[in-house]
Design a protein around this ligand. Structure first.
Ligand SMILES: Nc1ncnc2c1ncn2[C@@H]1O[C@H](COP(=O)(O)OP(=O)(O)OP(=O)(O)O)[C@@H](O)[C@H]1O
Length: 991
């Protein structure tokens, strides 16, 4: 039997021995023509890989030589092309370096800060009766007609007349974009009076995109064209009323929405500026960048003013971070390119702005003046530059100085009525321009500079043409190479790119890891108290700063509705089209119909961008791009998609902020109250469970005051009680002093005052010694425990006046007894929420309330109260506990202020010192203990010395009797009668 391998060999045999077969054929059949032999050889040559070995085996000397020759030729030509490509690549690199040098020289000559002036055209309806105050003299001079025979000329690097197109503007902006790719920090900003076309220049209109869109396109194209691999991240923020706002994060529109984390400006030791918490999204191509830009624009705050129907009420800043690891000649490994659409300067008198519009205008003017101061200081080469005077200059600090390229586009209006603003803008722009050019330059020097600049421009053009030529040649050679070898030329690039990407990812990952380890929080227990986060700081810095433990314990607080939000109403945007309305709206709302929540003087804007909007751009794009990115050089961020498979660490790191926020948005804290308005709380004790309680504070219902201190039993030690908004549906009476057991004086454990609460049984007993009168429908008790000790810290007594509503709130009328064990009484958490409708949360399982009979009135006597089996340390079964559900709805008996007064009173005075207001305090105490005791002193005495009360003896004896019965029963049950003791013995015990 032949094995499968042998069979394969057998099947290959004829092909392997084809040359020998031909030999033999030639010998045997001399009539076979040489043509036939040639054709057979051709077939062999074109045979599939299996036949490759045949080629290597020469048929004869001639064929061997010709084959070798051909192979060599092929090999040589491949080598030659490869050499050419290498040489051309080296040349193109040389040209790149030259171009970079020339560009820098050019920009240096022009100045690190270049200033362009753009004159806004007057629209036809506006044109009527308008005189033109500004005109472009030539491509670099502008004339301002101040009076009939007085005018002033201003010089700028470039002047765009009213008819200039967006293309023309961008052509002048492009060198700065190139500088950004060369590793320089760059900043392009639009300045000018409101309504002069800043947003038109930067953002553009759909038919004619602005500088931002064009720059994005150019930068991605140049990145692909270059021989380097770049990684880009996109961020967008606005400075509104002096505050930074991330435009890529949905802003809260509802009261319940969580507040996004605060953006804060950080300076690194090298002077670099970073914005903490600003979302930076990696973008791999221009489409992603533009989609994010569009999304951010939707979030911008705009409003209708007298000067502009869609006036920007903030400064909008777009940041493109560029990282390139394989280009040591670049200025920086990571640099930033800023696009800034400044808010329009406006004269309040003219715009007649008031309210919020006025505030916005003032904030804009202030920051613009701070920008002017910075520029002035830079111009004067002052040692102190006042960057810190505004958020705008702080953010742009490292992009405005010496080592960066700045381009300012000043916008002016032609209208005569705007002449003052135009004059201010032109003066400001001239001041900016003079930073580098210097006012001291003579005309001759300036002329020389202009010649040098022109020369540089020529040189740059030549280099650029040459580069294009060389690039064309390289492409041709690559195609030839592809034909010869059958391999794609980009494979090397891809390999290189993926290598660089992994390097970049590693770099980022390490940086992130370093950052996290540096900032890793020490365990809270080890941190000094003053360093621990406060509620405010936790709220300010968002949920991120909370430990997971904290998150579990204290669900994120909901935003307290600010007054203006509370006033917000929804109405269609179209109705607000009048100029100078007091409503700021998102940019998108100008385009489409939105549910804008706004009001007069309302500057909050509804943003309709949802989670989906962001995810669709951020995540979907990355999913898509991950497939296409391998095709591109310079567009290298890949991902396996959101939430599945292996994720690109870099992306995941960068997305985490968005994702966290979105998660935060989703996981709104759910209020787990069991005592919502109409919900009932089980009074029957829940099966005991092991709790890991760590309640350290109680929130006790009350009104505005936030905290009060209760000095318990005059011990001098304060127990902190936090007070929030009152639950309107429940009364809480805290009579800590009334339930503290005098037998066990308070002690301190871990700095906390520990109250040995009087057991409920004791209280019950005591109360029964007094005249029972008008017992409340509900009363209950709860206490909290520390995780470890199970110590009772505090006891609350709740009660309800009036009739219980529940049919379950029945109690045996005759035999009105209540059996319970304090040991079964578990924990109770009182929790009020300031904005959630004053709910009170009482843990269902933890709260064990004792319900007294509904019909229990003054007529209830001591005999009726057959509270016979009261055993403080015994667990009483659920059946024994004749308790039922307690409705939490309670009537408002006393005003909240009264509650507060009482608490205050308690806090101020120890029990001994207390001079409670007769009435309220008295009533409380009485209600707490179900007794009618006119004098609180008497009450205390009753508590402290119950034995002195003669009536007490009766009930005590009664209880003792019951205990004896129980004891005897226990003895019987455990078989003591077997010892020979007679029934009389047990009866004697009982009686
Ligand atoms: N060069 C221009 N060509 C055509 N229309 C223009 C031009 N410049 C501005 N406009 C138009 O003028 C109006 C106001 O422009 P824009 O909103 O850009 O001003 P702005 O300076 O950004 O104002 P603000 O500072 O209040 O935001 C827009 O309708 C815009 O389309």
């Amino acid at each position: 039997m032949l094995s499968s391998e042998d069979k394969t060999m057998e099947s290959r045999k004829p092909v392997h021995k084809l040359s020998e077969t031909i030999h033999s054929l030639l010998g045997w059949k001399s009539h076979v023509t040489s043509n036939w032999v040639k054709s057979v050889c051709d077939i062999m040559k074109s045979a599939p890989p299996d036949g490759a070995s045949i080629i290597s085996k020469p048929i004869n000397g001639v064929m061997e030589n010709s084959m070798k020759k051909k192979n060599d030729e092929l090999h040589n030509s491949v080598l030659k092309i490869e050499d050419e490509i290498v040489a051309l690549t080296a040349y193109i690199n040389q040209l790149n370096t030259q171009r970079r040098q020339v560009l820098n020289e050019f920009l240096d000559l022009r100045g690190n800060i270049r200033v362009f002036c753009r004159i806004r055209p007057i629209a036809v309806p506006e044109n009527f009766g308008q005189l033109k105050a500004v005109a472009a003299l030539d491509s670099s001079n502008v004339v301002l007609k101040l009076a009939e025979n007085k005018s002033k000329t201003y010089s700028f690097d470039k002047v765009f007349h009213p008819g200039s197109s967006q293309d023309e503007v961008f052509a002048e902006v492009e060198p700065v974009i190139k500088s950004a790719l060369d590793g320089y920090n760059a900043c392009i900003f639009a300045y000018g009076q409101t309504g002069t076309g800043k947003s038109f220049t930067m953002e553009g209109i759909p038919q004619s995109p602005g500088v931002v869109a064009r720059s994005m396109e150019a930068i991605f194209k140049q990145a692909v064209d270059s021989n380097h691999v770049y990684v880009f991240t996109f961020s967008m923020l606005e400075i509104y009323l002096g505050n930074l706002k991330d435009l890529l994060v949905p802003q809260p529109t509802k009261v319940m929405d969580p507040t996004p984390p605060c953006l804060s400006i950080q300076t690194d030791p090298k002077g670099g500026i970073d914005i903490d918490n600003l979302v930076a999204i990696p973008v791999t191509d221009v489409n992603q960048a533009l989609k994010l830009y569009k999304l951010g624009c939707r979030f911008r705050s705009t409003a209708s003013t007298n000067s502009n129907k869609t006036s920007s009420r903030s400064h909008c800043l777009i940041r493109l971070s560029i990282t390139c690891l394989d280009a040591p000649e670049r200025r920086r490994e990571t640099n930033k390119l800023w696009f800034v659409d400044l808010g329009g300067s406006e004269r309040v008198l003219k715009t007649k702005a008031s309210g919020r519009r006025l505030d916005e205008g003032k904030a804009i003017n202030l920051s613009l003046s701070a920008l002017g101061d910075v520029i002035h200081a830079l111009q004067k080469k002052n040692c102190h530059v006042p960057y810190r005077n505004s958020k705008l200059t702080q953010v742009l600090k490292d992009s405005l100085g010496e080592d960066s390229k700045t381009l300012m586009l000043v916008h002016v209006s032609q209208k005569e009525e705007d002449i003052c603003e135009t004059l201010c803008s032109l003066n400001f722009a001239t001041r900016v321009r003079s930073i580098h050019l210097g006012n001291m330059d003579s005309n001759e020097e300036r002329a020389q500079k202009e010649i040098a600049i022109a020369h540089m421009q020529k040189k740059m053009k030549m280099i650029e043409d040459e580069r294009q030529d060389v690039r064309g040649k390289i492409e041709k050679f690559n195609e030839e190479l592809q034909k010869l070898t059958g391999t794609a030329p980009s494979s090397n690039d891809q390999l290189e790119a993926s290598h660089l990407l992994s390097k970049f990812n590693q770099h980022n990952l390490e940086a992130t890891r370093r950052k996290t380890t540096e900032t890793k929080e020490a365990p809270l227990s080890r941190i000094p108290r003053f360093m621990k986060p406060t509620v405010c700081s936790t709220r300010k810095y968002g949920a991120d700063s909370q430990t997971s433990e904290e998150k579990v314990k204290f669900p994120a607080r909901r935003r307290r509705p600010s007054s203006h939000r509370a006033e917000s109403v929804s109405f269609p945007v179209k109705r607000r089209s009048e100029n100078n309305s007091e409503c700021s709206i998102s940019r998108n709302s100008c385009l489409g119909d939105l549910n804008v929540k706004s009001n007069a003087d309302e500057t909050e804007y509804s943003q309709d961008a949802t989670e989906c909007d962001i995810k669709s751009i951020i995540f979907m794009e990355h999913e898509i791009s991950s497939k296409s990115s391998t095709q591109q050089k310079g567009c290298l961020v890949s991902s396996d998609g959101y939430g599945k498979g292996k994720k690109n660490s870099f992306i995941s790191t960068n997305f985490s902020k968005v994702d966290n926020w979105l998660r935060l948005h989703k996981n709104e804290p759910t209020v787990s109250t069991t005592s919502q308005k109409s919900k009932r709380v089980l009074a029957i004790p829940a099966p005991e469970k092991k709790h890991n309680y760590k309640f350290t504070k109680k929130t006790i219902a009350n009104n505005e005051k936030h905290e009060s201190y209760v000095d318990v039993l005059g011990s001098g030690r304060l127990k902190q009680v936090e007070i929030h908004k009152p639950p309107t549906n429940m009364e809480n009476i805290i009579d800590a002093h009334s339930i503290c057991d005098s037998k066990y004086p308070p002690e301190t454990l871990n700095g906390e005052t520990i109250l040995h609460t009087k057991s409920l049984g004791d209280m019950f007993m005591e109360e029964s010694q007094s005249n029972l009168r008008s017992p409340p429908k509900i009363w209950g008790s709860c206490y909290d425990m520390n995780q470890d000790g199970g110590r009772v810290n505090q006891t609350f007594t709740m009660q309800k006046e009036g009739r219980a509503q529940s049919p379950e709130t029945t109690f045996p009328e005759k035999n009105s007894c209540c059996k319970f064990s304090p040991s079964k009484i578990s924990h109770c958490t009182f929790e009020t929420r300031d904005d959630s409708g004053s709910s009170m949360s009482v843990s269902e399982q933890d709260l064990q309330c004792l319900l007294l009979p509904t019909e229990m009135t003054e007529s209830v006597s001591q005999q009726d109260l057959q509270c016979s089996q009261f055993l403080t340390e015994m667990t009483v079964s659920e059946q024994e506990l004749q308790c039922s559900q307690v409705p939490t709805e309670t009537s408002t008996y006393e005003s909240d202020s009264e509650d507060l007064d009482t608490i205050d009173q308690i806090s101020e005075n120890s029990i001994e010192k207390t001079r409670p207001r007769p009435g309220i305090h008295n009533m409380r105490t009485q209600r707490a203990l179900f007794i009618d005791n006119k004098n609180p002193k008497e009450l205390i005495e009753t508590l402290v010395k119950p034995q002195q009360n003669t009536e007490v003896l009766g009930i005590c004896n009664h209880i003792i009797g019951k205990v004896q019965i129980l004891g005897a029963s226990a003895l019987l049950a455990s078989g003591f009668n077997n010892l020979g003791l007679e029934h009389e013995f047990f009866n004697g015990l009982i009686l």
